[in-house]
Design a protein around this ligand. Sequence first.
Ligand SMILES: [Mg+2]
Length: 265
Amino acid sequence: MDLHSIKALFLDMDGVLWHGKNPIGDLPSIFHKFQKIGIIPLFGTNNSTRTPEAYRDYLAKMGVEINSDQVITPAVGAAYLFQRDFSINARIHVFGSNALKEYLQKAGFSLVDENADIVLVSLDKEMTYQKVAVAMKLINEGAAFYATNLDNVLASENGWIPGGGVMVNAVQTCTGVSPIVIGKPNTIMANIACEKTGLHPSEILAVGDRYDTDILGGIRAGCRTALVLSGVDSKSSIACYAEQPDLICQDLNTIADQLLTERSQ
Ligand SMILES: [Mg+2]
């Protein structure tokens, strides 16, 4: 694949930059390579348990300096979508992390536990029966059902742990309603990446470790795509898909080296 047209990266985080608390490769050196050739890194994760500011601070601890507006979480996608499709007065019930609540509140939305226009479900490590019951009641009363993502599992430093899809399935099972999903493979977050950079999707390389979210979302948004083998998927696990990623690489460092080599030719 010719990488000369690539001007920005839309990077998944879990399985691309780190496994839980363990970085994948020498992140400062990798990002120095991107900086050297003028490639803009943007970050797009389906994980909404941290705010963009918290991701910025987390990366800083790993030696990589970025701005929080380079990070696009499902909370950023949700605020964008709700402002576009509802009004700033929309009343939102969040069954999810405090980070998600914090971001939506800062964006100007009011969060409620009754008379909601929207129910947003996400990974909640303090999931309870009562929380499922509240979400069910509000959806049955007419609230629109949104989910940040359907990820069944996510990587942690202790191995795989249940993902946001578990909470979404609970609400879906008792309501019979399917949610509108904000995270990848929905294209909302990639569209925001294009808007932020002013680039055409074909100038952005979407990099991820999962086909059904990162790669499929990138393809749908019109981006070029690269699967890294440092996370969930492998060459054999994606062999069944008709549309393949433009690149399959060992890890992010391999992509950085490939870009660097092409630019210096
Ligand atoms: Mg991932």
